[in-house]
Design a protein around this ligand. Structure first.
Ligand code: NAD
Ligand code: MG
Length: 390
């Protein structure tokens, strides 16, 4: 065992990545940064490299390579560029844990490469499990790799399961804040713009997951993520809206007992738990006060208005490549919404249409997932260009 855990952060310039670096900064005796990767924010990546002195850095955008390389010449840091390089560096012997914090399908290849190399995984990139959960979890099992959840709901379940791994789960409740449009109807949603959707009441996150939270697709993706992480059947997973985001999720055991994990909404806690597992590390994160939250409330999710959640359950039940279709169509729809090309409700139309039209594959191989992702993006892009009408 090394004195410090050597971490590779894939997507270090993002919301999860920068918060992971906050955790590492505060626990410099326990963690060291071995690898940093980012997409195109070269200046932030350079700044992070100078502060944390990783062995290796990768910038996905190859056009920025020269700029990054030159800025880091005085430092003893290896610099690479391109997406392939991310999938290659994760197998370095010196890495103990890989934090997968790339957003979207783009994170699949490097996560699979890290598991193949036998690296323990702190998994933030939920889309990886949505797209190819069966493949990813089977490979992790084969390689004796643990997938430590970073997503707050899944971290909550994982924390509730400590000491209970031999006890069967009856069901889990994933809590959802309901997002900025909780309680609104379709007439209202038809008019909302990205600026409104990007304002989440409780969490400060990257743009894609913030839109997914407003449309409840995030909860749909998390239902599928939970199925694979905890080996559950669809009927064992329920969603409950909890606007205060204090109860992060709940496990119900076969004797009827329910365990919940609570705390202020702060992603640094689940990030730190995943990186430090099995130890709880002392932190100075703000503490919860009952008097600031005199009421914790719970209500049913409105899946008639927020159809994405129903579509995600449908894709999960169908299985095969359906969740991969759901994810790819949603990535195109969210990107189009962020460019004002389609309306808020039309995001669900794009997803639904793709789920109906893309050929079903019951037992997809990796190549089938790649092909499904490609084809779905093509169809979804055409739908967006032709103007989805509902
Ligand atoms: P973000 O957009 O803030 O950051 C994404 C990171 O990935 C950035 O470093 C970016 O440079 C990199 N990246 C993006 N596209 C890439 C590509 N094609 N190739 C290589 N790198 C690329 O996203 P985020 O909010 O930090 O979310 C990251 C993941 O964590 C997502 O899967 C999200 O669902 C999950 N997650 C995030 C939060 C949160 O609070 N932000 C909570 C739970 C789960
Ligand atoms: Mg979450």
């Amino acid at each position: 065992m090394r004195e410090k855990k050597n971490i590779a952060i894939l997507g270090s310039t993002g919301s999860i990545g920068t918060q992971a670096l906050d955790v590492i900064r505060a626990n410099a005796d326990s963690f060291a940064v071995e690898v940093l990767t980012g997409h195109s924010n070269a200046d932030l990546l350079i700044q992070q490299a100078i502060e944390f002195n990783p062995n290796t850095l990768v910038i996905a955008d190859e056009e920025k390579y020269k700029y990054v390389k030159e800025a880091l010449l005085p430092h003893d840091i290896k610099v690479f560029a391109g997406k392939k390089a991310i999938a290659e560096v994760v197998s370095m012997d010196s890495i103990d844990l890989v934090l997968t914090a790339i957003v979207g399908y783009a994170g699949l290849e490097s996560t699979l490469a890290a598991i193949k190399a036998g690296k323990q995984i702190a998994l933030a990139n939920k889309e990886t499990l949505v797209v190819a959960g069966e493949l990813v979890t089977a490979l992790a099992k084969e390689k004796a790799v643990n997938l430590y959840p970073v997503d707050s709901e899944h971290s909550a379940i994982f924390q509730c399961l400590a000491g209970e791994f031999h006890n069967p789960i009856e069901k889990i409740y994933l809590t959802a804040s309901g997002g900025p449009f909780r309680g609104k109807d379709k007439t209202f949603l038809a008019t909302v713009k990205k600026e409104q959707a990007l304002k989440h009441p409780n969490w400060d996150m990257g743009a894609k997951i913030t839109i997914d939270s407003a449309s409840l697709m995030n909860k749909g993706l998390e239902v599928i993520e939970a199925k694979w992480l905890f080996g559950l059947k669809a009927e064992q997973i329920d969603v409950i809206v909890h606007p205060q985001s204090i109860v992060h999720s709940i496990v119900q055991f076969t004797d009827g007992s329910m365990k919940a994990q609570m705390g202020l909404p702060d992603m640094k806690l689940p990030i730190q738990y995943a990186m430090g597992y099995p130890n709880r590390m002392k932190s100075d994160f703000p503490r919860f006060s009952f008097f600031n939250y005199p009421q914790l409330t719970f209500e049913q999710a409105d899946t008639k208005t927020f159809r994405n959640l129903a579509l995600a359950f449908e894709a999960m039940n169908k299985g095969g490549n359906s969740p991969c279709v759901l994810n790819a169509a949603n990535e195109i729809a969210v990107a189009a919404f962020l460019k004002d090309k389609i309306g808020f409700l039309e995001m669900s139309d794009v997803v639904e249409n793709c789920l109906q039209t893309i050929a079903f594959i019951a037992k997809p191989s990796y190549d089938d997932y790649v092909a499904t992702d490609n084809e779905t993006r093509r169809i979804a892009t055409t739908l967006v260009a032709n103007g989805m009408k509902h």
